[in-house]
Design a protein around this ligand. Structure first.
Ligand code: CA2
Length: 139
C-alpha cells in the first residue's frame, strides 16, 4: 500500500525544482510496473486529510498488506496521530519523501513518521518511491 498525504495531488503542477515534473499518477504507474516485475500488487492512494491516512493505516493491517510506503507530506512533521497509528498496526512502514526534508527548512527536520517507520527513502524525487518499493519487497 502506498499512501500519500496533503498537496501531493498537485505534483507535477508546481515547484518542479523541488518535487520534479512527474504527477502522482505517473509515479503510481511506475510503481505498478515495478510491482508487476516483483510480483507485488500496488494500491496507491492520496488524501489531504490526516484522519484518512490513519484510517488507511488501520485498513492496511486488516487487509493483509505486506508493507506500507508512506509519504505523509507535511503531516510527517506534525502528526502524533500518524506516529501512534504506525506503532499500532505492527506492519512495516517505510517513510518516503521526494525531497530531502533535512536539507530544507528546520521545521521539516522533525519526523514523527520516522520515529516509527522501519526505513526512510528521501531526496531522490520520484525514484524515492521505487527504491522504497524494492526495500519493501526485500522485507
Ligand atoms: O519531499 C516530500 O516528499 C515531502 O513529503 C513533500 C511535502 C513536504 O511538506 C514535506 O516536508 C516533504 C509537501 C508536498 C507538497 O506537494 C506539492 C506538490 C506540488 C506543488 C506544491 C506542493
Amino acid at each position: 500500500m502506498v499512501l500519500n498525504g496533503p498537496n501531493l495531488n498537485l505534483l507535477g503542477t508546481r515547484e518542479p525544482e523541488i518535487y520534479g515534473h512527474d504527477t502522482l499518477d505517473d509515479i503510481a504507474a511506475r510503481l505498478v510496473a515495478r510491482g508487476a516485475e516483483l510480483g507485488i500488487e500496488i494500491d496507491c492512494r492520496q488524501t489531504n486529510h490526516e484522519g484518512m491516512l490513519v484510517d488507511w493505516l488501520h485498513e492496511a493491517r486488516e487487509g493483509g498488506v505486506h508493507a506500507v510506503l508512506l509519504n505523509a507530506g507535511a503531516y510527517t512533521h506534525t502528526s502524533i496521530a500518524l506516529l501512534d497509528a504506525i506503532k499500532a498496526i505492527q506492519l512495516p512502514v517505510i517513510e518516503v519523501h521526494l525531497s530531502d526534508p533535512e536539507a530544507r527548512e528546520s521545521f521539516r527536520h522533525l519526523s514523527y513518521v520516522g520515529m516509527a517507520a522501519v526505513d526512510c527513502v528521501k531526496g531522490l524525487g520520484p525514484d524515492s518511491y521505487l527504491v522504497a518499493l524494492d526495500r519493501a519487497a526485500a522485507l
